[in-house]
Design a protein around this ligand. Structure first.
Ligand SMILES: NC(=O)c1ccc[n+]([C@@H]2O[C@H](COP(=O)([O-])OP(=O)(O)OC[C@H]3O[C@@H](n4cnc5c(N)ncnc54)[C@H](O)[C@@H]3O)[C@@H](O)[C@H]2O)c1
Ligand SMILES: [Zn+2]
Length: 368
């Protein structure tokens, strides 16, 4: 092999997706083995020279050093804050601890907050960045499939309250999203699969060709082969980016991202958020919503089974758990007197095309 060729072979593919939000536009960069290049990329999009990396225990012990070294090399003075893993930590008590640490580090308005982790860290660090000194620059380095294709795009950040999930938050767009798919190697398989539910959702609501691509390449993507994984993640990011960008002008569009979520939320609530991952509930909810779309004669026969087959190949559950009908209706927020009230439900017209319909709880969850 010539030296030239050898060099060519070593160049890993990378992709950039632009999120078009006017002055707040930013790039999502996807690559493999690129964590050590994050520092230079971050230095290009922020002015300050201080960085605080917020991470959780599982992610921090594996990847924080590489990221901090990269930031140091790019001229930043860096600090690290490690929070316990899991959504239970995404709360205001934790925020108070984060504010204390920021002050102790002497953080100012130009200090950049870098979220290194899954959606939990992204939401928490993002809310820190949105609120500390009324807002400091923010960078996302997502390390789960879910946070790569979903949580890190769109600028929603926030924390949970004892009364419910994500009840306090803000919109704070990152300056850059830096995705290194090599970090997914250490992500538990079940978490990987759950994140892929949102990738399937992107295809189902928006892009039939992409859905076909998923059908063709999902087995190799599950093995984390970057030549198929990168384009899949990139397309999925691009779909969310497109929806988010267009929603600034077109209302309702962002609601399409709720496909599968109307029934996923009751499943999560009824399970008390234990023993079930969000993506698993979404998988069940998508098959359910696709079946309802067929039964209401909105989508052609076979639509739901295509989605179901794809999800099963990812090893995701596709049947709603058997809670009493009343429990589902209650969790949907329907009280007895309002059985004819309507809920915006995302239906499919075909693979790649979704729309919202105002349906009654009876239509969403008919008596069997
Ligand atoms: N802001 C948004 O638009 C948005 C959208 C969807 C979800 N969310 C939020 O995202 C959160 C869920 O995100 P998530 O599914 O990424 O979960 P998570 O951040 O809790 O991560 C899941 C688990 O995987 C571990 N982990 C993460 N990356 C790893 C890696 N590379 N190797 C090994 N372990 C790793 C974490 O420590 C954690 O234990 C929820 O809080 C949810 O509310 C936000
Ligand atoms: Zn979701």
């Amino acid at each position: 092999m010539t030296q030239e060729k050898e060099k060519e072979k070593k160049v890993e593919p990378s992709k950039t997706v632009r999120v078009a939000l006017g002055e707040r536009s930013y790039s999502i960069h996807l690559g493999t083995g690129t964590l050590s290049s994050a520092g230079i990329a971050i230095a290009k999009v922020v002015k300050g020279k201080r960085a605080v990396v917020v991470t959780d225990k599982n992610v921090g012990r594996r990847y924080a050093k590489t990221l901090q070294d990269a930031l140091d090399e790019a001229g930043f003075t860096t600090h690290r804050i490690t929070v316990p893993a899991g959504d239970a930590t995404k709360n205001l008590d934790q925020m108070q601890l984060l504010y204390d640490k920021m002050l102790r580090f002497g953080a100012d308005r130009s200090t950049v907050v870098v979220a290194l982790g899954g959606g939990m860290v992204g939401d928490l660090a993002g809310f820190l960045a949105a609120s500390f000194l009324r807002g400091v620059p923010f960078i996302q380095v997502p390390t789960t499939v879910l946070s790569m294709v979903d949580a890190s795009i769109g600028g929603k950040v926030g924390v949970n309250l004892p009364q419910g999930k994500n009840l306090v938050g803000a919109f704070h767009q990152p300056k850059l999203v830096w995705i290194d798919t090599a970090t997914l190697k250490s992500l538990p398989e079940r978490e990987r699969a759950a994140g892929l539910a949102e990738v399937v959702k992107a295809g189902a609501i928006w892009d039939a060709e992409f859905f076909e691509m998923l059908e063709k390449t999902i087995d190799r993507a599950l093995l984390l082969e970057s030549d198929v994984l990168l384009p899949l993640l990139a397309r999925s990011c691009a779909i969310k980016a497109e929806v988010v960008a267009r929603d600034e002008r077109e209302s309702n569009l962002r609601m399409l991202l709720n496909f599968g979520h109307t029934m996923a939320h009751p499943v999560e609530t009824l399970n008390k958020y234990e023993g079930i991952l969000h993506g698993e509930a979404v998988a069940m909810g998508m098959v359910y919503a696709a079946r309802r779309s067929e039964e209401l004669e909105l989508a052609p026969a076979g639509t739901a089974s295509r989605i179901e087959k794809l999800l099963q190949r990812i090893d995701l559950p596709t049947e709603l758990p058997k809670f009493p009908r009343k429990a589902y209706l209650d969790a949907l927020g329907v009280d007895k007197k309002k059985l004819d009230a309507h809920i915006q439900f995302v239906v499919l017209r075909e693979i790649g095309q979704a729309e919202t319909r105002a349906l009654s709880p009876e239509e969403i969850y008919p008596k069997s």
